[in-house]
Design a protein around this ligand. Sequence first.
Ligand code: HMG
Ligand code: MG
Length: 298
Amino acid sequence: NLPDHVTIKEVGPRDGLQNEAKEIPTENKVTWINLLSETGLSSIEISSFVHPKWIPQLKDAAQVAASIERKPALTYAALVPNQKGLEAALTADVDEVAVFMSASETHNLKNINKTIDETFPVLQNVVQTAKREGKQVRGYVSTVFECPYDGKTSQDQVLRVSDRLLRMGIDELSMGDTLGTADPKQVDEALVYWKKHLSLENMAMHFHNTRGMALANIVVSMQHGITTFDASLGGLGGCPYADGASGNLATDDLVHMLHKMGIHTGIDEAALQKAADYMQRVLGKPLPSHGMQILNKE
Ligand code: HMG
Ligand code: MG
């Protein structure tokens, strides 16, 4: 019981780049996003409107949003932590804003400087204003399996945070394996549990690939009916406030696996490779995806 079609949300320009130490010129980000727009992807998270001191790499979010060539069929999204970030995102006129918080207390504190309970009213306002302004709103829940500080995450806590975000009126929930340590059995058990309390219909999974288990976790998620996944081209990425976590599942590897399984994505693998090759040259180092490793040997 696998789906015929899967939607992939490209988070490379945000999650992929936010952890890159070397400052990438704005024009290179813009060219990369334009190349990504040519691949058949339906959604790209282009940057985040967070404090530049916290994430220096993405301080040019407004310039990026103003300079990219937008395709009408595509959703251009940005991450926002609070009302100030939302105002900047509205000025930049992105199509979708993504709010974020963690299911574990310490990661939430380290990442956005608030307790979980202090975060709810902040996000409530952001979601309300964004919806009023006609924006789609996505809600990330981080550390749904494990927290770098608090250890294993209680699934009741995951439900509490998810339910609260859904009641604020978000359109989609994205469940984050921030550390990239979840295994397929754990994902299976979590989905069985979540299903009892939440609808999986508007749920996306967001796997980091620290231990190479993300593709296996995707298969398990699809078996439960999940059809939306976040990924980052070339496998770039990681959360600076989750030490030891590596990049997201690579978009190129995910698309390759799905196409081999006869599952449609609407994405052109050759165009994806071209975009990955471009960012590899900009960064001046090999990208970690399997697809790029093979390409680099040829
Ligand atoms: P804070 O210091 O508590 O903020 O930071 P504050 O509200 O106390 O304000 C302090 C100053 O920051 C003020 O300026 C504000 O104006 C300014 P001052 O008056 O001192 O001159 N400020 C801002 N400036 C620019 N943009 C803003 C903004 N907000 C306030 N939006 C804050 C709180 C949330 C801002 C900070 O902690 C922050 O920026 N955190 C971002 C962390 C982050 O981006 N982490 C990575 C993304 S999450 C992730 O990767 C996980 C995910 O991929 C899913 C997964 O894998 O699990 C999504
Ligand atoms: Mg992430």
